[in-house]
Design a binder for this molecule. Structure first.
Ligand SMILES: Cc1ncc(COP(=O)(O)O)c(C=O)c1O
Length: 408
């Protein structure tokens, strides 16, 4: 089993929690970091640290090299056409805000529509609501069916001549299944709009090829793919980036500044105001190497097998509502409720078995409203999880019910 080889690479997984083996199943929130990533960050700060682009001395040139090589590695990883299509941000949220404020404010007007999947994480929903408020454009929501899927009919009925922007996650952080982003991109392009794809939940679990899905913008956070927190990426098609005004302004993003005004650098620097997080970039490069060495086919097969095992176990327990209630779909995360037990109570009890799961609305309140629930539990798997983790997880679910006086 894959995890036998990889668990040892993550120091934190070899410690105990409440004197129990740590069963970390909150990977959709953030992943743990392997030693190679931590070493890369440390190596950067002990050998190459300086402010990039600003110094002519050897050390500063090495730092610039780290920064630009990271851009190149990420461009290749996403199959971008050019390195200049990769913009470093703090996280996916900042990347999506950059697209919304810079592209959206410059291109939307009253009468235009922004098609937003209702299952979006707030990061790919609230910025569009804000930009709609400012420009007078309208947000039109796409709704999934009872299987959690966006049907072609739904896409065709909502994406039309007025749609200027489509905002959709590659994989929902609650439903866990792949969205039809390729079809949605094609439809929005046919109508002259652009596609903004949130890859935060796909990036560590399946190949993200921005040209294959034909995203105009794609965003992800490094911390969801075994890299440090504080680094995110916005991919954007170069012609679009070149046509857009800056988002944040200040140092490093200018060409010339005069009392009378400022001219801007070309992308990507136009969108990278201030000092970037080079240590985290170095970590992200190593994280990408790490997952590529394993391979996405293996990763997907392993995580899907764990997901299916967990779904089967929950169904066997009975009294569990799973969202969506279908199995047989590739997914590394499962959202569910234990009937009669509040998710926060369940998560607290599960923690006493060393099991870390997320409870709440998962930053997807409009989806929760559609599902008719206030909150739910979410267990999400990564390469280092194994069958034993699923067993402990299922046992902890059972115990939550027992402690709360539900069932036999
Ligand atoms: C689908 C999705 N998009 C965006 C985000 C936001 O990521 P971050 O908080 O790293 O910006 C998350 C985080 O959970 C997510 O799951």
């Amino acid at each position: 089993m894959l995890s036998q080889y990889y668990k040892k690479d993550f120091k934190i997984l070899n410690k105990t929690e409440n004197d129990m083996r740590l069963v970390y199943l909150d990977n959709a929130a953030t992943t743990q970091k392997p030693d190679v990533v931590l070493d890369a960050v440390s190596r950067y700060y002990t050998k190459d640290n300086a402010n990039p682009h600003r110094g002519v001395y050897e050390l500063a040139m090495r730092a610039t090299d780290v920064h630009e090589k990271a851009r190149s590695v990420i461009a290749a990883f996403l199959n971008a056409e050019r390195d200049e299509e990769i913009i470093f941000t703090r996280n996916a949220t900042e990347a999506l805000n950059l697209a919304a404020y810079s592209y959206g404010l410059a291109n939307l007007k009253k009468g235009d529509e922004i098609a937003v999947a209702v299952s979006e994480h707030h990061s790919n929903l609230v910025p569009w609501q804000r930009v709609a408020e400012i420009t007078g454009a309208e947000v039109v929501y796409l709704y999934p069916d009872e299987h959690g899927e966006y049907s072609e009919a739904e896409l065709r009925s909502k994406i039309g001549k007025s749609t200027k922007i489509l905002a959709m996650a590659h994989v929902s952080n609650v439903l866990g299944i792949e969205n039809p982003v390729k079809l949605a991109s094609r439809l929005v392009h046919q109508n002259g709009g652009i596609a903004v794809i949130d890859c935060a939940q796909s990036i560590a679990h399946m190949k993200v090829d921005v040209r294959d899905i034909d995203a105009d913008f794609a965003a992800f956070s490094g911390h969801k793919i075994y890299a440090p927190m504080g680094i995110g990426v916005l991919y954007g098609k170069y012609a679009l980036l070149d046509s857009m005004p800056p988002f944040l302004s200040g140092g490093d993003m200018i060409s010339h500044v005069h009392e009378s005004g400022t001219s801007y650098a070309k992308p990507p620097r136009k969108f990278e105001a201030g000092t970037c997080n080079l240590g985290a970039e170095a970590g992200l490069v190593e994280a990408i190497r790490y997952v590529e060495a394993i391979g996405f086919d293996k990763i997907r097969e392993h995580e899907t097998a764990l997901g299916e095992l967990a779904v089967k176990g929950l169904n066997d327990l009975g009294g569990i509502d799973i969202y969506p209630s279908v199995s047989g779909k590739a997914r590394n995360l499962i959202s569910f409720n234990i009937r009669g037990v509040h998710p926060h109570d369940a998560a607290t009890i599960m923690d006493s078995y060393g099991v870390c799961v997320r409870a709440g609305h998962h930053c997807a309140e409009p989806l929760m409203e559609r599902l008719g629930i206030g909150s739910c539990l979410r267990a999400s798997f990564a390469i280092y999880n194994d069958d034993e983790d699923v067993d402990v997880f299922l046992h902890s679910v059972e115990q939550s019910r027992r402690v709360m006086g539900i069932g036999s």
